[in-house]
Design a protein around this ligand. Structure first.
Ligand SMILES: O=P(O)(O)OC[C@H]1O[C@@H](O)[C@H](O)[C@@H]1O
Length: 243
């Protein structure tokens, strides 16, 4: 379950890099009950890829070879490529990189420019209708599938522009498990009918003249934007402005 701000140890920005020695660093373990060792042994949840609570029991070479953002493994533990997080343990399906796909769909209509967002059903913040790439699935396939599952919008025949393959500052990230995403921009000329599904509580087209307008619209609707997606939406706005 994704809470908005999971606990974490105090983390001065200067102590974030792994290269900075910090002998007293004591990160908070955010592993939820369903990912504790005893639960993993009997769990059949499809999103749980690694059925081990021990990050040192995995050979990461194959994962490192296909990682979206490269990372090191030190003493058998994968290290978050963006440094310390103040958190350890795992609240994601895999140790090390968890590859996601984030389709940003922007409609230019006579009423203005809109972006298609969903309300996540765990933290109830408004987010890009993205999700994790399934085992054996490609990122392009995951972009289409997640969009279809969460909004009912099918853009399988539209070629998106890949904006980034990047780290996502997801609140579930820890020192040893984190999210990176393939972020792609789809442009349409109409607000296609959107129907929330899967882990989306709602799906809605919101004004996207710029990020400030989008934040204002979300706040007026009594909601909050999923902050990890700010940089992703900003890259979409920049790509559109440069077009
Ligand atoms: O929606 P789930 O599958 O929980 O997690 C994937 C999403 O969480 C974010 O970090 C990613 O950018 C993606 O949108």
């Amino acid at each position: 379950m994704l809470s908005i701000t999971p606990a974490r140890a105090d983390l001065p920005e200067s102590s974030r890099p792994w290269s900075v020695a910090w002998p007293t660093y004591s990160p908070v373990d955010i592993t939820p009950p369903e990912l504790q060792a005893d639960a993993l042994a009997t769990s059949h949840d499809a999103w749980i890829v690694d059925h081990t609570a021990d990050p040192t029991s995995i050979d990461y070479a194959e994962r490192q070879a296909v990682a979206l953002v490269s990372y090191e493994v030190v003493d058998g533990r994968p290290r978050n490529p963006f440094g310390r997080t103040g958190r350890v343990g795992r609240d994601l399906g895999k140790w090390a990189e968890n590859a996601a796909a984030d389709p940003i769909v922007v409609a230019d209509t006579s009423d203005g420019r809109f972006v298609l967002l969903i309300e996540r059903d765990d933290c109830h913040q408004w987010a890009i209708p993205g999700g994790m790439v399934d085992p054996g699935e490609t990122a392009p396939a995951a972009l289409v599938r997640e969009l279809r599952e969460e909004t009912g919008v099918d853009l399988a025949d539209v070629e998106p522009v890949v904006l980034a393959r990047t780290y996502v500052d997801d609140p579930r990230n820890t020192d040893n498990a984190w999210v990176c995403s393939t972020v792609a921009l789809y442009r349409t000329s109409a607000r296609l009918e959107a129907l929330a599904g899967d882990d989306a509580a709602a799906a809605r087209w919101l004004p996207f003249g710029d990020l400030a307008e989008l934040c204002g619209a979300v706040h007026r609707a009594g909601g909050e934007l999923y902050s990890a997606h700010f940089p992703l939406l900003m890259s979409a706005a920049a790509a559109i402005a440069a077009d």
